[in-house]
Structures are given as C-alpha cells and as structure tokens.
Design a protein around this ligand. Structure first.
Ligand SMILES: *Cc1c(COP(=O)(O)O)cnc(C)c1O
Length: 405
C-alpha cells in the first residue's frame, strides 16, 4: 500500500525524542524562526492555538477576520472561539487560493485582520495582496492584522519573497501530516518583538502540562513509526477507517462538526516535540525538493489523463498536496485503493457550508469552495515516495478503461 501521506522520519527523530534538553523548546523556536525568515518563534501545542493566542493577546474581539472559505476549519474555529466573526472569501479555480478581488471588496469598518493562506503550498500573489492592504489601511486610517497561514507553505516563495516572512505574523501547524513535524505542535513566527512578548505572556497565563506529557508524546512518536511501517500499513489503515483510535493523529479536526478545540489545545510544547522538530528542520530543504520533483513528474505524465484537471506548476510552491480535480472523487479513490494506492481528499469541506458555520457565515456564496470540497483528490507526494511508487501512481491514473470504472 502506498500511503497518502507519510512523515519524513528516521532514527534521528527517534533518538532526539529520548534526549531530554531543558532549552530545546527555546532553541526550536529560535531556529525555526530563523529558517523561515522571522525573528521570534513562539511554540504552541497546535497551529490553531497559536491563531487564537494571537487574536486574544492583541485583545481583538467582536471584529471581523477575512479568511478563505476553502481552508482548514481550525483557523475559523480559532477566530470564533476568540470572540470574533469569520468573513469568508471564495477560492479561485486557478491555484485554489482565495480570490483577491473578493478580499478587497470584503474589507470594511469591522475588519480587524486578514488570514492570507498559501493553500497546498501555492504562494498567494503578494504584490497584489500588498496593494490591497496598503490601500485599505490608508482608507481606514488604521492597521490591519495580517497573519499569513503557512501551514502548507513553510518556505514557499512568491517571486523570491518568503511568504513566511511577511507582515505581522506567520502561522504554522506541525502535526504529522504537515511538511515537517514535531509530532504535535504549532508555531507563530513574527518580526515584531512586542507582539512576541504578548504571545509569550498569553502562553504563560494559559497553558498547562507536566512531565507526564513527555511520555505520552514519545509513545505517540513510536506509534507513528509503527503506523507508517510498510509491513503494518494495511492494518493501520483498517484501524484508522474502522475505529476512532487514531483520530488524534490523523483527523483530529472537526469530524463532529462542532466549533471547539480538543482538550489538549491548552497544553505545552515539550522538549520531546522540540527535539523532533529540530531534527526535522535539518531535512526541510530535502523534503521540499523531493515534493517539487514529484509534482513535476506528475505534471509531465498526467497532463493528458481524460477529465483530470491538474494543479499548476508554480515557482516557489512547496506542494504540501498535489491536488487533482476529478469528476467522480469516490470512484477514483476506490479505484486507486484497489490498486494499492491511497489518495487523499483534503480538503473535503467548505467551511461556510458546514453545519456549524452555515448559520454564522453571513451573506455570500462560495460556489468554488463547495465544488472543490467535492472534487479534489491529492496524490502521494511525500518525501519518502520512491520513483517506482510514483511511476505506479501514474500507471494507475492512466489505466485503460478508467472511464468505464
Ligand atoms: C493544519 C493547518 C493549520 C493548523 O492546524 P493545527 O492542526 O491546529 O496545527 C492551519 N491552517 C491550515 C491551512 C492547515 O492545514
């Protein structure tokens, strides 16, 4: 079975997790920030906690935050749980990022901030985005809070500019499905010293946790190695699809369609995760280079597959996911599965259309977001994917009689 995703872990992370170090979190924050063009890194148990901390520590309340309709729902959760409202903007069909014309039109008196999101690793057009923000700030006579959601785009660049080093802050998730991982975790990176101090104060006042957590983390890390072992993957996939045991690692997001955080969202990042993260940072360039190579390979070999719409190849993209638009997602997914390849369906919801959000989504329609939530699959592009495996993916995609299936 070729898995839909796989963290790029080897022995170095395993050893690192057993090497306690009191200053590991601080070192991880520092090196992470440096790697992605910021000055200060502030670690959290999840990316969503970081987003919430940002809004709460700046005392932003009862305001509107503009974000994509087509994004990870936990960002919207953070906005709502901090006492603010989401203003959703539809996706484009070119690179699936939010439509900047609609962003421009959505900015108004109640807008406190924007979450430009570089979805699937595609850099948003920063030149146009900056024009929009500058003009809006002049018009409103105040600053807007701009948080770049870089959970899919660590190190992505728009015409050479790091998307993670822009404006007020950059948000990262570090769970096992991300481009690099600390097993659990999230990070905010900022160049603003006062903001960093506020975030640290928020964290001090808020987060809890003790040494027991370090053991739980190590066990999860061990379980992750086991889970992605090729000899066990079939069994693990069964456990994943038939039982809730792995939800904490694989889904953990929103399956109950409720606006809330998991109970451990107020936990600390421990030195265990920080050590794993430090080991992962060293591999980051290699991870992205492999993903780019996979994306190029798919682009070269799949462009004439009937009824498939491939994503664009974009300079500076990180390809956290290689997403293809297909007419019959369920059919494609089971066809691949029968042939031994698991393809993903990220993101399979449109936030304003979800049961918990529809009543509070305000006016607007998000047809592209809805359509994408039903028609995107993502092919394996993890750094561990071998040349033979990706050739196999192509072979299945091109199989004779596909349409009849
Ligand atoms: C994963 C992710 C986040 C942060 O998620 P956490 O699970 O809270 O760490 C934020 N935005 C996007 C687009 C994501 O995919």
């Amino acid at each position: 079975m070729i898995p839909r995703l796989k963290p790029f872990l080897d022995r170095s992370e395993l050893w690192a997790s057993w090497r306690p170090s009191p200053d590991a979190v601080q070192r991880f924050e520092c090196e992470f920030a440096k790697a992605f063009g910021g000055h200060h890194g502030i670690a959290f148990p999840y990316g969503r906690t970081a987003m919430r901390a940002l809004l709460e520590s700046l005392q932003i309340r009862d305001q509107e935050i503009i974000l994509p309709a087509y994004t990870c729902v936990v960002v919207a959760h953070a906005i709502v749980l901090s006492g603010n409202r989401c203003r959703f903007v539809d996706a484009t069909l070119t690179d699936y990022n939010m439509n900047l014309d609609q962003v421009e039109a959505a900015i108004g008196q109640r807008t406190a901030g924007i979450v430009p999101t570089h979805l699937f690793g595609y850099p948003l057009d920063l030149d146009r985005f900056d024009q929009i923000v500058d003009a809006a700030e002049r018009r409103l006579g105040r600053k807007l809070l701009i948080v770049h959601d870089c959970a899919h785009s660590f190190g992505a660049r728009w015409r050479g500019r790091l998307v993670t080093a822009e404006r007020d802050a950059a948000l990262f998730g570090l769970g096992i499905s991300k481009l690099m991982t600390s097993v659990f975790g999230g990070m905010l990176v900022t160049g603003d010293e006062r903001l960093a101090a506020r975030l640290r104060a928020w964290r001090e006042a808020r987060v809890t946790g003790g040494s027991i957590h370090r053991w739980v983390r190590r066990l999860y890390l061990l379980a992750t190695y086991a889970a992605f072992d090729p000899r066990l993957y079939g069994l693990v996939r069964w456990i994943e699809s038939e039982t809730p045991l792995l939800d904490r690692l694989t889904k953990a997001y929103h399956l109950d369609d409720c606006i809330r955080f998991p109970p451990d969202a107020d936990g600390v990042m421990t030195d265990v995760e920080a050590q794993v993260g430090l080991a992962q940072l060293k591999k980051y360039d290699e991870v992205v280079a492999r993903r780019v190579a996979h994306a190029r390979y798919y682009a070269a070999h799949l462009s004439d597959v009937e009824q498939w719409r491939l994503p664009p190849l974009v300079d500076g993209a990180t390809y956290s996911h290689y997403v293809v638009r297909v007419p019959d997602r369920g059919g494609e997914m089971s066809r691949f599965l029968r042939a031994g390849v698991q393809v993903g369906q990220l993101i399979d919801y449109s936030v304003p259309h979800m049961k918990s959000y529809a009543p509070i989504s305000g006016p607007g329609e998000w047809p592209n977001s809805l359509m994408l939530s039903q028609h995107l699959i993502n092919l394996p592009v993890h750094a561990d994917l071998t040349d033979a495996e990706r050739a196999r993916v192509v072979e299945i995609a091109r199989e004779e009689g596909r349409k009849a299936a």
